[in-house]
Ligand binder design. Structure first.
Ligand code: FAD
Length: 468
């Protein structure tokens, strides 16, 4: 799927009309998306408040050893832990690609805390985001420990934002509501917290334990267990490698494994087996697979992804989430009927998210200030419909709406053109491509062995412009 032209253009009469027009903007979330949105909005002259329910910046990258009271993540009143990181996690794309355009993710002056590897462990990303917040003086914008629980439109077209101070606890732990009015809302609340669960016939009578990867931290609790692991993402692969050192058996399921193919051992592993999907779970603890085999399992681990969720947004169905498609959204950002006063940053997946969020944020900031214009509501709506027709024609399911793996650079380049920013660097595009190939052929070692050295050199030549 290619992206049609981004129909935003500089307005000729912007100066005459007194632009740029500063707005009061509420940003929800201080992860990578919220931080870069805050920076771009500030640069464009807006007045910004970033609401963050956690105690620090970094979002997903703030590792917590805690898990939720309902480890499957279905109980709406469970104590929610935002981050889905597991302890061993190392990034899955090289740091040169991952960083923001003008604040490269390079190894910082060494001290024991820093991890200078190309694919560092998760804490290095958190430290990078903290550095970013410090460098651009963003922390002053953030209201920490403040959860937004209600956002709705007022009659005069502005937004009411209701928030409450949160002690780190469950539904009952919130205190002291506050209500404030803003011109615009930028939603940056992340989408790796609300678990999606696989549907398994017979699961209601199966007596074992179910966990979603959101609540996976360390492998030790899986000692001597027989584990059925559903999913084929990077996390599923990493977690299977983590737990097979402790578990008695790990049975990996993949949608792509043909039903007729008999279960097979994962090459190089004595206790890891590959299967097609689950046929049925039984009351005696057995899990039967479509390949005809079955095991008596102790744990089913769902590495089945996440759902978009905006529980605070009360916009009368102008924006809905249907089968993990948020819409209607113009260019995955603006709901046409509420543009530009409501926007979403960072919804795309299978992308390099930080630079994509950076470019989305630049666009939102410039549209809010009036320096760039959006097409009419009708034109935006037609663009959205056209996009969905192309998805249908390509035979892609609705929940692939925000999957940009095939065209992320095209998308970012078009936003960049509109915003007057250089396109994505050629080395970044090639480096991602080579990393994906290396990962495919060397899934166990791609983080430590590679041969894109010339691209790394090109990246660092570019970075000299930004690194002091
Ligand atoms: P988040 O980081 O989730 O931040 C959202 C913030 O919003 C949080 O701080 C949250 O507390 C806050 N918030 C939510 N709701 C409210 C509310 N109502 N009121 C106030 N605050 C609220 N990306 C990569 O580039 N490379 C990787 O290697 C990589 N690995 C990953 C591994 C895992 C296991 C996961 C889950 C994700 C990974 N990602 C990776 C993707 C990662 O999520 C993004 O890189 C990025 O951090 C997402 O940023 P975000 O700001 O959109 O969301």
């Amino acid at each position: 799927l290619s992206l049609s032209v981004c129909a935003a253009a500089p307005t000729d009469d912007s100066v005459a009309m007194g632009y740029p027009r500063p707005c009061e903007v509420a940003v929800i979330g201080a992860g990578a998306a919220g931080l870069v949105a805050g920076r771009e909005l500030l640069r464009e002259g807006h007045k910004v408040v970033v609401f963050e329910k956690g105690e620090s910046v970094g979002g997903t990258w703030v590792y917590s050893p805690s898990v939720e009271s309902d480890q499957l993540g279905l109980d709406p009143c469970r104590k929610i832990v935002h981050s889905s990181l597991y302890q061993s996690l190392r990034v899955n794309i090289p740091r040169e690609c991952m960083g923001f355009f003008d604040y490269p993710f390079v190894p910082r002056p060494s001290n024991k805390e820093r991890d200078s590897r190309r694919f560092p462990q998760h804490r290095e990303v958190l430290l990078y985001l903290q550095d970013f917040a410090r460098e651009f003086e963003l922390k002053g914008l953030v209201r920490f420990g403040t959860e937004v629980f209600d956002v709705h439109l007022l009659d005069e077209g502005r937004w009411m934002v209701r928030s409450r101070k949160v002690r780190m606890g469950g539904c009952d732990d919130a205190v002291a509501d506050e209500s404030e009015v803003f011109d615009a809302i930028v939603v940056c609340n992340g989408h790796f917290t609300e678990p999606r669960i696989a549907e398994i016939p017979g699961i209601e009578v199966w007596p074992g334990k179910q966990i979603h990867s959101h609540n996976y931290r360390v492998p030790e609790p899986f000692q001597d267990q027989v584990v059925v692991l559903i999913g084929s993402s990077v996390s599923a692969f990493d977690i299977s490698r983590d737990i097979c050192a402790f578990a008695k058996e790990v049975h990996l399921l993949s949608r792509s494994a043909p039903d007729k193919q008999l279960m097979s051992k994962q090459p190089g592993y004595d206790n890891v087996w590959l299967h097609s999907m689950i046929e049925r779970a039984h009351a005696d603890g057995t899990v039967a697979f479509r390949d005809g085999s079955s095991v008596r399992a102790d744990i089913i681990l769902h590495c089945t992804g996440y759902k978009y969720d905006f529980p605070f947004l009360k916009v009368n169905d102008i924006v809905t989430v249907d089968d993990n498609c948020v819409g209607p959204l113009y260019k995955h950002i603006f709901p046409p009927l509420l543009a530009p006063w409501l926007s979403f940053i960072g919804l795309p997946w299978r992308v390099i998210l930080f630079p994509l969020c950076e470019m989305q944020s630049k666009w939102v900031a410039c549209v809010l200030s009036g320096r760039l214009a959006l097409p009419s509501q009708e034109e935006m709506m037609m663009d959205v419909e056209d996009f969905h027709s192309k998805l249908d024609a390509a035979g892609l399911p609705k929940h692939y709406t925000h999957n940009m793996s095939d065209y992320q650079f095209d998308y970012v380049d078009k936003l960049a053109t509109v915003c007057g920013h250089p396109a994505v660097e050629e080395w970044r595009k090639q480096m991602l491509d080579m990393t994906m190939k290396n990962k495919g052929s060397h899934p166990d070692s791609y983080r430590d062995e590679w041969d894109d050295h010339s691209l790394v050199l090109q990246a660092y030549e570019d970075f000299h412009r930004y690194c002091k």
